[in-house]
Design a protein around this ligand. Structure first.
Ligand code: NDP
Ligand code: GDR
Length: 358
């Protein structure tokens, strides 16, 4: 039975990847952080009591800032595959915690590579590094592929750039099977609540249900290539099943403005929005309510731009070209953005319909 070790197993991608690998018959080990409140909601359905026989999903306490802990876990597990998904993954927050992000998102990758090297596992253990379209930053060309130059625009992007290159360096220096997945934004009902898509779908549900008045939001003009996390974790696995380690862009090849995402999200509840004003002063008002259950006053302001959510340096436009993944991995996305939004809004409506009004 193959063994996989996932850092960041409690996150969006960690949860979907753990599910996928368990379905494929792996023994899955995950690293979770000790927290004062529960942080395992996304993987609770996979939990197995330690006293069960045939344990296939095992959690270890750990942290990417703690090298000795990582060495111990890698030694104990002797994984065939490591997926390094752990990170402080919020771009805006990285401007407030730049040193921490360098330590965890940058040095964390190095610590894992070193653990594998020190333990003499370079021939056994394959490593997936969660690289990101944030590496492109100030886009040097559109669409972006594996050869597009990088120009990160945040402490997060800069830390991930180090992780990207140290992964390639270990591959070349020690002949390790280590590869980067340069993944563009991917979303799902498990997406963290402060990322823009989930913030929007949650607000859509709460506003439609009369539980929230206004959604305060940042830059409506930025454009993202949004896919579904389920499709993207499959690409991670495929990368580690190849003959030789390589880096791959994973993206849908379509880009959408945040403003249009907001419109599509509200449209799921039969609500049409009109946007007026520009940039810092833009607002969204209700133009039409076509759904019998969600009747809000026409002309009501439900979206307000708040410049507190602007970033000191923004990534304006991301659009990926995943042709290499298509031809070498046979990978292509199954989900359209409309289906992703529909799934997210439905999940949030179900969740909030069962909550008490605020
Ligand atoms: P999430 O923010 O949902 O999950 C991040 C995970 O990392 C959580 O399990 C978190 O633990 C864990 N983590 C945070 N800090 C540490 C630390 N110091 N030590 C160990 N673990 C830590 O991210 P996603 O699942 O969306 O993304 C997975 C990876 O892919 C990340 O590295 C992200 O940067 C990268 N990525 C994501 C993309 C996306 O669109 N989702 C696109 C491209 C790359 P806890 O639950 O305790 O907070
Ligand atoms: P991103 O995702 O920065 O692309 O990083 P996020 O959803 O945070 O932002 C996308 C775009 O939306 C704009 N935006 C807002 N963003 C947030 N979070 N909150 C707002 O209120 C808001 N209003 C507008 C942002 O300015 C930005 O342009 C994600 C993360 O998952 C990273 O870990 C990953 O590497 C990249 O995707 C690819």
């Amino acid at each position: 039975m193959k063994k996989a070790l996932i850092t960041g197993v409690t996150g969006q991608d960690g949860a979907y990847l753990a599910e996928l690998l368990l379905e494929k018959g792996y023994e899955v080990h995950g690293i979770k952080r000790r927290a004062s409140s529960f942080n395992t909601q996304r993987i609770d359905h996979l939990f197995q009591d330690l006293h069960e026989t045939n344990l296939r999903f095992i959690l270890h306490y750990g942290d990417l800032s703690d090298a000795t802990n990582l060495i111990r876990i890698v030694q104990e597990v002797q994984p065939d595959e490591i997926y390094n998904l752990g990170a402080m993954s919020h771009v805006k927050v990285s401007f407030e915690t730049p040193e921490y992000v360098a330590n965890v998102d940058g040095m964390g990758a190095l610590r894992l590579l070193e653990a594998v090297r020190i333990l003499g596992l370079t021939e056994k253990t394959k490593i997936y590094q969660a690289s990101t379209s944030e590496l492109y930053g100030l886009a040097q060309e559109v669409p972006q592929n594996e050869k597009t130059p990088f120009y990160p625009r945040s402490p997060y992007g800069a830390a991930k750039l180090y992780a990207y290159w140290i992964t390639i360096n270990y591959r070349e220096a020690y002949n390790m099977f280590a590869c980067n997945g340069i993944l563009f934004n991917h979303e799902s009902p498990l997406r963290g609540e402060t990322f823009v898509t989930r913030k929007i779908t949650m607000a859509t549900a709460k506003i439609a249900l009369g539980m929230q008045d206004v959604l305060y939001i940042g830059n409506l003009d930025s454009q993202r290539d949004w896919g579904h996390a389920k499709d993207y974790v499959e690409a991670m696995w495929l990368m580690l099943q190849q003959e030789k380690p390589e880096d791959f862009v994973i993206a849908t090849g379509k880009t959408t403005k945040v403003r249009d995402f907001v419109k599509m999200s509200f449209a799921e509840c039969g609500i049409t929005l009109d946007f007026t004003g520009s940039h810092e002063n833009e607002i969204g008002t209700i133009a039409e309510c076509a759904h019998p259950d969600y009747q809000l006053p026409i002309g009501k302001v439900v979206i307000k731009v708040d410049s507190n959510y602007f970033r000191p340096t923004e990534v304006d436009l991301l659009l990926g070209d995943a042709s290499k993944a298509k031809s070498l991995l046979g990978w292509s996305p199954r989900y359209e953005l409309k289906d992703i939004i529909s799934e997210m809004v439905s999940a949030d409506l179900r969740y909030f319909a069962n909550q008490e009004p605020q």
